[in-house]
Design a protein around this ligand. Structure first.
Ligand SMILES: [Zn+2]
Length: 78
């Protein structure tokens, strides 16, 4: 039986979908019985979603925009 500590150790791999079937089953069995770990995993999922929503993908666009603005400003200066 997986302990709470064991579950925490597996949690990041769980969210990344990198657990073996056996590990997933152990995690699921533990979560079925343990409210604290259910809450922990839910919290972890929420923060992971927030992190993924950070505009990493927009950074190249932002940089391109910035460069375009700088180029424009240089043209204006000429
Ligand atoms: Zn637990």
């Amino acid at each position: 039986m997986l302990s709470c500590k064991g579950l925490v150790g597996l949690s990041s791999d769980l969210l990344d979908g990198e657990l073996s079937l056996k590990q997933r089953l152990a995690v699921r069995a533990h979560l079925a019985m343990c409210v604290r770990c259910r809450r922990f995993i839910r919290q972890l999922r929420v923060s992971q979603r927030v992190i993924r929503q950070l505009p990493d993908a927009d950074v190249p666009e932002l940089e391109a925009l910035l460069q375009a603005m700088q180029a424009q400003r240089q043209q204006d200066a000429d």
